[in-house]
Design a protein around this ligand. Structure first.
Ligand code: G16
Length: 543
């Protein structure tokens, strides 16, 4: 093997965001862009010499080429072994599992998650630590620091063997194992869930529709749901991963997964619907004609997790990201387990999971997961739901209605204002932040503000402090508005406005969502002058 050292210089803007480095695909294809960042991953984590990494991605455009480069760079940097998904395919949860199962030194995952793919779409890369989770900020900070001082990267002259075929090859002293992407993940799911109960549900004629959105979960869902568990052939739709996700936006919410919504609202709707995103870590859950919000899903899964073998009597605690609704807090309180509130970003759950402080965690942004890995897991969420439905007997809509009667309903919605000029978005947030001390006690749009702050998180495990994680405004009637800027966009800024209103146990749980939230929406507009700052009279995406 011949490796060469290539002179390079720092490239601006390689700071990882909420989940790794995400940019337009064209940016990643610029000379040295990918190579610089990969070298900085190695340099920022103590070098690659003698290490083992998992490498894979969601199959989007440029995935295979990028993996080719990473293999050559890992070999040139002295890595001992790489575990690569066949064809470069690994869902994010499957990669997390492999990192943990084979006790590797981490993994490099190629994905821009739910962002559209293709030549004109988005691309991304992130490093996951040996615990299988997204690198914590001290590691991403070290990687970013390297991007500002890099002078050279190393790469082999030779190409690696074809990653389309399962088997072992070598590139110099580096062993490359190309493995089936599904096998280890399926074995893990089998350990967690009552496959017999789910299988007999299908035998009794229970029908499902799983929308893989032409993204990475297709092969996983087809193998597990159809081939192993016996769901009818064709239950998994859009099952073949495509480099541009079929031109779609692989974000499982009612706007982008509209094909599933139409099926689930149709006259012959299946009993259960689910979708997952580009890299398979997000999920969307539906019953007949009913979308289950991610926040409600987390609350319900927590309430009924004991019906799955892995979680029966084992819930130590639960965590949610700060903007996620407080529905799960009520469940945790009744179960007598702690509920932690963390900043947005799955990486913040890692310490709590590692320390055994929480078993389940979730986010409003369609992420739910548990201590089985250190990423959120879309197909896992669907399987836990199926396990619960198989053991409980009620349908999903009834189960949710009963839950609201027992706990009350947290009406919840997110309004996104996308691609706002960055300085306008920052001005909105700064103006709002400056007003925070004066807000408590005032009334906006008829709503009385009780507290207002900028969320800061002190990690109870390592005592690290993360500040400025989003503005929280609470009102006298228990409603809440949260505002923050997205950390995953690639163009301009996205303002996320999270709206929540609690209606108690005996209240009306059947109101139209946006109507129920109208007073909170009006208060958010007034307190932050959204129209004035963004120039938009309504949100671009409402979920
Ligand atoms: C990532 C993070 C999540 C976060 C989401 C949205 O998800 O892992 O924790 O909730 O981004 O972040 P933001 O509101 O900053 O855009 P994914 O699925 O994109 O990796």
């Amino acid at each position: 093997m011949t490796s060469r050292t290539v002179q390079t210089s720092p490239i601006e803007g390689q700071k990882p965001g909420t989940s790794g480095l995400r940019k337009k695909t064209a940016v990643f294809r610029e000379p040295s862009y990918l190579e610089n960042f990969v070298q900085c991953i190695f340099d920022g984590t103590g070098g690659a010499a003698g290490k083992t990494y998992v490498v894979g991605g969601d199959g989007r455009f440029f995935n295979a080429e990028a993996i080719g480069v990473i293999i050559r760079m890992a070999a040139a940097n002295g890595a001992a072994r790489l575990i690569v998904g066949q064809g470069g395919i690994l869902s994010t949860p499957a990669a997390s599992n492999l990192i943990r199962k084979y006790k590797t030194d981490g993994g490099i995952i190629l994905s821009a998650s739910h962002n559209p793919g293709g030549e004109n779409g988005d691309f991304g890369i992130k490093f996951n630590a040996p615990n299988g989770g997204p690198a914590p900020e001290k590691i991403t900070d070290a990687i970013f620091a390297r991007t500002r001082e890099i002078t050279e990267y190393r790469i082999t002259e030779e190409e690696a063997a074809d990653i389309g075929r399962i088997g072992t090859s070598v590139l110099g002293a580096c062993r490359i194992d190309v493995i089936d992407p599904v096998t280890d993940y399926e074995a893990l799911m089998q350990e967690l869930f009552d496959f017999d109960a789910i299988g007999s549900l299908f035998e009794r004629g229970f029908r499902i529709c799983f929308d893989a959105m032409h993204a990475v979960t297709g092969p996983y869902a087809t193998r597990i749901l159809e081939e192993t568990l016996g769901a009818a052939k064709g239950s998994v739709i859009n099952a073949v991963p495509l480099p541009d996700f079929g031109g779609g936006h692989p974000d499982p919410n009612p706007v982008w997964a509209s094909e599933l919504v139409v099926i689930m609202e149709g006259a012959r709707a299946p009993d259960f619907g689910a979708a997952s995103d580009g890299d398979g870590d997000r999920n969307m859950i539906m019953g007949k004609g009913a979308f289950v919000s991610p926040s409600d899903s987390l609350a319900l899964l927590t309430a009924y997790a004991h019906l799955a073998p892995a979680y029966s009597g084992k819930l130590t605690g639960v965590a949610r990201s700060m903007p996620t609704s407080r529905a799960v807090d009520l469940v945790a309180e009744r179960l007598g387990i702690p509920c932690f509130e963390t900043p947005t970003g799955w990486k913040f759950f890692g310490n709590l999971l590692d320390a055994g402080k929480v078993t389940l965690c979730g986010e409003e942004s369609a992420g739910t997961g548990s201590d089985h890995i250190r990423e959120k897991d879309g197909l896992w969420a669907a399987l836990l739901w199926l396990n619960i439905l198989a053991r409980d007997g009620r349908d999903i809509v009834q189960l949710r209605a009963d839950h609201w009667r027992s706990f009350g309903r947290n009406y919840y919605s997110r309004h996104d204002y996308e691609e706002i000029p960055t300085q306008d978005a920052e001005k909105l947030m700064t103006t709002l932040r400056n007003r925070l001390p004066d807000l408590p006690g005032t009334t906006v749009a008829g709503m009385q503000i009780t507290t207002a702050d900028d969320f800061a998180y002190r990690d109870p495990v390592d005592d690290s402090l993360t500040e400025a994680q989003g503005v929280r405004i609470a009102f006298g009637d228990g409603s809440r508005v949260v505002m923050r800027l997205s950390g995953t966009g690639t163009q301009g800024a996205t303002l996320r406005v999270y709206l929540e209103r609690f209606v108690g146990r005996s209240g009306d749980h059947a109101q139209d969502l946006q109507t129920a939230l109208a007073p909170v929406i009006a208060a958010a507009e007034t307190v932050a002058d959204i129209t004035k700052h963004t120039g938009r009279s309504s949100a671009d995406v409402i979920t």
